[in-house]
Write a protein that binds this ligand. Structure first.
Ligand code: GLV
Ligand code: MN
Ligand code: MN
Length: 414
C-alpha cells in the first residue's frame, strides 16, 4: 500500500496526551494499574476511539480487548496489532500506549486511503502487561497463550490480599476464565509497535528497530523472616535483621548478573517491603521482588541459581529464614522471518532506516509468539529512558513507526 502524503500525526499525539491524563498521579506522571479506576477510564476512552473508527469491540473474561476492522474475507484468521495501556507507578506516556493508539492510527490511515484488507485487522489491548498489581507480567497475553491457567490466575492476589477473581468481576469482566485461551490459529500473524526502552536507535539515528528476539524474563520473590525488636535496646551482637540480610541479597544479585560477563544479563530488585517499617524498630520481615533477564535463558538460570545459593548462605550465617518463590521464568521468543521481511520492505518503501535488534524488555508479543507468528517494530525513545515520567518519543519517531506499521499491516492483510 503506497502512503504517499506525509502522515499527519497530530490526532495521534493529542490522543496520546489525552490518554496520559487518565492517571492516578498528577501529570507528567502516568500511573495506571490494572483494574484501577484510571485503568477502567483509559479503557473506556480507547474503546470509544475504536468504535468511532468503525471497529467491532469485544472483551474477554480478563479484559483483553479486541477491536476488529472486518476484512473482505472475514473467515480468514486476522492480522493482529496492539499492546497495553496499563502503566507502572511513576511511568511515562509512551510505553504500551504507542502500540495501542499507534496501531489504531495505522488502521485509520489505511481506512482513509481506501484500503480494503482481505484479512481482518484486529487491534488488541492486552490486560496488565505490567506486573505491578499481581506480581506477574503479561497477565492477559499469558492467559491467551495458555501459559497461566485459570486456576493459577484465580490464585493471584494483590498486595492488599484482594484476589484477581473479585477484581476482574468488579471491573466488569465476568465470563469464564477458561475462555481466555486462544487457539493457535486464532490470529494469522501479530505485529506489536513499541518504544525501544533502550538507547540504540536514537544513538545510531535509525528510525525503526526490527525485533528478532525477545529476551527471557524471570521473577523471584524472596521472603526473609528475622527477629524484630527495639532499635536502641537490642545490641548488635546476635541480631537477626531481615533487612540487613536482604541488603546482602540485593548485592548478591547485582554481582551474579554482572559476573556473567555478558552485557545482556541483568538483575534488579525493584520491590523491597520492610515490616514493621518504623525507624526505631529492627526489621523483622522483608519481601524482595527480583527481576532477572537475559537473551540466553540458560545463562539467566545460572544467575538465579547463584542468587538461590546466596539465600542459603545468608540464611545460615545470619540465622534468618529465607524462602524463595519463583513467579515466572519464561523462555525467550524468536520473531517470524516473514513478518520481519514484510516490516523491512515496509520501512524501505516508506524511506525509513531500520535495523534488526533484540528486545531486552518483555512484551505481550513474548506470549503471542506461543500461538502465532509475531514480530515487533521499535521506535526510538529519548536517551533510552522508559518506566519514568520523562520517557519521550518525538512525533517524528512516532509518525515513522505508524507509517511503517500501516504499510506492514496492509501487506500482511492483503
Ligand atoms: C515490561 O514492562 C518490562 O518490564 O519489560
Ligand atoms: Mn513497561
Ligand atoms: Mn510495554
Amino acid at each position: 500500500m503506497e502512503i504517499r502524503a506525509p502522515l499527519s500525526i497530530d490526532r495521534l499525539i493529542s490522543e496520546l496526551n489525552a490518554l496520559a491524563k487518565i492517571s492516578a498521579a498528577d501529570p507528567p506522571v502516568v500511573t495506571r494499574v490494572v483494574f484501577s479506576e484510571a485503568d477502567l477510564r483509559a479503557r473506556a476512552y480507547v474503546k470509544g476511539l475504536c468504535r468511532e473508527a468503525g471497529l467491532d469491540v469485544h472483551e474477554d473474561a480478563i479484559g483483553n480487548t479486541f477491536a476488529r476492522w472486518q476484512g473482505a474475507e472475514p473467515n480468514l484468521a486476522p492480522i493482529g496489532t496492539g499492546s497495553h495501556i496499563d502503566a507502572i507507578p511513576n511511568a511515562g506516556l509512551y510505553d504500551g500506549s504507542v502500540g495501542v493508539l499507534g496501531g489504531l492510527e495505522a488502521i485509520r490511515v489505511l481506512q482513509q486511503l481506501g484500503f480494503k484488507p482481505r484479512r481482518s485487522i484486529e487491534l488488541v489491548i492486552f490486560t496488565a502487561e505490567e506486573p505491578t498489581r499481581f506480581g506477574i507480567g503479561c497477565l492477559g497475553s499469558r492467559m491467551m497463550a495458555g501459559v497461566l491457567s485459570p486456576s493459577q490466575a484465580n490464585a493471584l492476589r494483590d498486595k492488599e490480599g484482594r484476589n484477581l477473581e473479585d477484581l476482574r468481576r468488579e471491573a466488569g469482566f465476568n465470563g469464564a476464565l477458561d475462555s481466555v485461551q486462544l487457539s493457535a490459529g486464532r490470529f494469522h500473524q501479530f505485529v506489536e509497535m513499541h518504544i525501544e526502552q533502550g538507547p540504540i536507535l536514537e544513538q545510531e539515528g535509525i528510525d525503526i528497530g526490527l525485533v528478532t528476539h525477545i529476551a527471557a524474563p524471570a521473577s523471584m520473590r524472596i521472603l526473609i523472616e528475622g527477629e524484630g525488636g527495639h532499635a536502641g535496646g537490642r545490641l548488635m551482637p546476635g541480631r537477626k535483621d531481615a533487612l540487613a540480610a536482604g541488603a546482602e541479597l540485593i548485592l548478591a544479585l547485582e554481582s551474579a548478573a554482572t559476573s556473567t560477563g555478558a552485557i545482556d544479563s541483568v538483575g534488579t530488585v525493584g520491590v523491597c517491603e520492610v515490616f514493621p517499617g518504623a525507624v526505631n524498630s529492627i526489621p523483622s520481615r522483608v519481601r524482595l521482588e527480583t527481576d532477572i533477564r537475559d537473551i540466553d535463558a540458560a545463562r539467566r538460570d545460572r544467575v538465579i541459581e547463584n542468587l538461590r545459593s546466596a539465600c542459603e548462605q545468608v540464611a545460615t550465617r545470619r540465622g534468618v529464614s529465607i524462602q524463595t518463590e519463583m513467579i515466572n521464568a519464561d523462555p525467550p521468543a524468536t520473531c517470524d522471518p516473514s513478518i520481519l521481511h514484510a516490516m523491512e520492505q515496509a520501512a524501505q518503501g516508506a524511506g525509513k532506516s531500520s535495523k534488526r535488534m533484540v528486545s531486552r524488555a518483555y512484551h505481550d508479543s513474548l506470549f503471542m509468539a506461543r500461538i502465532t507468528p509475531v514480530a515487533m517494530l521499535f521506535i526510538p525513545c529519548r536517551g533510552g529512558v522508559s518506566h519514568r515520567p520523562d520517557e519521550y518519543a518525538s512525533p517524528v519517531w512516532i509518525g515513522s513507526g505508524v507509517h511503517v506499521l500501516a504499510r506492514t499491516l496492509a501487506a500482511l492483510a492483503s
